[in-house]
Design a binder for this molecule. Structure first.
Ligand code: MG
Length: 333
């Protein structure tokens, strides 16, 4: 049509055209024996056991095209699965990607999502092994992440013991603050380098993938990636392990886990009483939280932020959490 730029949609390419275009961009890996293009992928599983996890991302619920680039969406979609694999103490090896969207979705947008997924995988040492495409009334991504335990036992949520210390690596609170900035100010309103970092953390988190297997080697007794929020996720560990966990906020207010000056600036900008709420209850940074026997800690790069004792439930500085954001789901007993 005159005056209108021709956008090639996924309907124009067709399913096979789209898959062929996707496959052209994908790097191989030592783990991949047969990749995209046959009935199924074939992967090496050197350990003999396969760690597997699956995540759904739905437009409007998990991402917004007006807030995140297609590459950002891909990076984050892959990060969710790869982070779960790492949290078992495994090395991520591959992802399977299924995409569904409206026929009028630009093919370039989908290809950029896949580029983001492939780039995030490459950063974690994994590859895109296969997937599926379909039409649907809204954009949906389903990512299956696979990993290898390299002969080690899996590190579950259920192994924490009284006397262990709780340690975290990665960042906490940045993605939640970035989300709050986007929600309040929109894409153009989150000004300043500090606050832009927080928005970037929401768009493209940087999970410490390699620390998962490393923590397993160093004797982690339990591990989880922080996707629901530190308190909620440590609550999962406490419940699964049958122990009590106390979180010490003075360990969280400074140091490598938090971008304290950026969080402070964002809190002031948004009229938040205390940025610590983002650190305690914000997910989506995909930090790793683990428990270690006292003799094993602290591994370099991990910050001790709490202690495991006999009992059940979770406390903050020895008290039931009652700050804004609530703590109703996991009452301490
Ligand atoms: Mg998880």
């Amino acid at each position: 049509v005159e005056g209108r730029e021709a956008v090639i949609t996924i309907a124009d390419l067709g399913e096979f055209g789209l898959i062929a275009a996707i496959a052209r961009d994908l790097p191989g890996s030592d783990d991949l024996i047969i990749g995209v293009g046959d009935d199924a992928a074939v992967l090496r599983a050197p350990d003999g056991r396969v760690v597997a996890t699956s995540d759904l991302l739905i437009e409007g619920r998990h991402f917004r095209r007006e807030w995140s680039s297609a590459e950002d969406v891909g990076h984050k979609a892959a990060a969710r699965s790869l982070s779960d694999v790492a949290a078992m103490g495994a090395r991520p090896t591959a992802v399977l990607v299924s995409f569904a969207g409206p026929a009028e979705t630009p093919a370039d947008w989908v290809l950029a999502v896949v580029r983001g997924i492939a780039a995030e995988c490459a950063g974690a040492g994994a590859c895109v092994a296969g997937g599926d495409t379909s039409s649907a009334p809204f954009v949906l991504l389903a990512i299956t992440g696979l990993g290898d335990l390299a002969g080690r036992p899996p590190v579950t949520r259920g192994g924490a013991k009284p006397g262990d210390v709780v340690a975290v690596t990665g960042t906490l609170g940045s993605a939640a603050a970035g989300f709050a900035l986007l929600a309040a100010r929109g894409v153009s309103g989150a000004s300043g380098a500090d606050m832009a970092d927080l928005v970037d953390a929401h768009r493209r988190p940087q999970p410490p993938y390699r620390e998962g297997p490393r923590a397993a080697e160093l004797g982690a007794t339990a591990m989880i990636d922080v996707s629901d929020g530190l308190l909620a996720d440590l609550g999962h560990v406490a419940a699964a392990s049958g122990v009590h966990i106390d979180v010490l906020t003075d360990r969280l207010r400074s140091g490598p886990l938090v971008r304290d000056s950026a969080l402070s600036a964002a809190a002031t900008d948004l009229g938040e009483a205390d940025w610590l709420r983002w650190v305690l209850t914000g997910g989506d940074d995909y930090a790793l939280a683990a428990t270690f026997p006292p003799a094993a800690v602290p591994p370099a790069g991990w910050a001790v932020i709490g202690a495991v004792t006999a009992g059940q439930g979770l406390t903050v500085d020895g008290r039931e959490w009652s700050g804004p954001g609530g703590w109703d789901h996991f009452p301490a007993k």
